[in-house]
Design a protein around this ligand. Structure first.
Ligand SMILES: Nc1ncnc2c1ncn2[C@@H]1O[C@H](COP(=O)(O)OP(=O)(O)O)[C@@H](O)[C@H]1O
Ligand SMILES: [Mg+2]
Length: 262
């Protein structure tokens, strides 16, 4: 399917149970509906604790909603069997803020990229896997020089490029980027954002792009949803959200982003 919605959240809520005896649970998402079109970017923005990561995990199938439904290619995730779940894990990949934390510190980049391929493509020999690793490194702007390095021996930008390469190994339909440039210097951040845009143009992958920074989100996204305390407070094409924000929370995010500019 190259048209239409690849991912859709319908009235999705997610409650987390209370930890202490006298504490109430947290309603991290409160009846949120949004959708990601094939080959496009849906931006998710909001302050810390507004439910962005929870929405990413629920839409990507890592976390079940308490109520509501997520559809992938029009099919409810709740109805997927074992094979369907396995397929979903390949089709939807994640890139997080701290790439080094997501890699085994004792593995070299070669192994970081090789191990998943042993599962994804059982028929592939070592030479074919190695060729695919090189191909992906080139795709993310790295060379084979990094293959022998461990995660801690990479710069922040290099490590995020490796994480993106690993995410692309399974030819995903969707990549969920959760604050994926928030830990990077501004210049490196711009490189990674442009890399993601290039990869999207080349591979046709759809992006669920999550950030607290509305400037970054508006650079990346076609459509934006704004979350506040688990609720969707605004949902519109990026240009409308930036030029004519309706919700007070959206205006506050824009002011906050302006305040950070030199
Ligand atoms: N595993 C969890 N257990 C309990 N509360 C959680 C859990 N994950 C998130 N929360 C709570 O849900 C709310 C939304 O969190 P999160 O989705 O991480 O927000 P954001 O990514 O926008 O910062 C917060 O109040 C957070 O403390
Ligand atoms: Mg988060």
């Amino acid at each position: 399917m190259s048209e239409g919605r690849v991912l859709e959240a319908r009235e999705v809520s997610r409650r987390f149970a209370a930890r202490g005896p006298r504490r109430r649970g947290v309603l991290a998402l409160d009846r949120v509906s949004c959708s990601l079109e094939c080959g496009r970017t849906l931006g998710v923005v909001g302050t810390s604790g507004s439910g962005k990561s929870t929405l990413g995990e629920v839409m990507g199938g890592l976390l079940a909603p308490t109520s509501g439904e997520v559809l992938f290619d029009g099919r409810p995730l709740s109805g997927l069997g074992r094979d369907g779940r396995r397929g979903l894990r390949r089709s939807v990949q994640f890139v997080f803020q701290d790439p080094v934390a997501s890699m085994n510190p004792s593995f070299t980049v070669a192994r970081v990229l090789d191990d998943p391929q042993r599962v994804l493509d059982r028929g592939a020999g070592a030479a074919r896997r190695r060729a695919r690793s090189s191909e992906l490194l080139e795709m993310v702007g790295l060379t084979d020089d990094v293959l022998g390095r461990r995660p801690a021996e990479l710069s922040g930008g290099q490590a995020q490029r490796v994480a993106i390469a690993r995410a692309l190994l399974s030819h995903p339909r969707v990549v969920v980027c959760d604050e994926c440039t928030s830990a990077l210097d501004v210049s490196v951040q711009a490189q990674i954002l442009n890399l993601l845009r290039d990869l999207q143009a080349r591979e046709g992958v759809s992006l669920l792009f999550i950030s607290h920074d509305i400037g970054v989100v508006s650079y990346m996204a076609d459509e934006v949803v704004v979350l506040d305390a688990g609720r969707l407070v605004e949902s519109a094409p990026t240009r409308e959200v930036v030029e004519a924000p309706r919700a007070a929370q959206t205006r506050a995010l824009i002011d906050a982003a302006r305040g950070l500019e030199p």
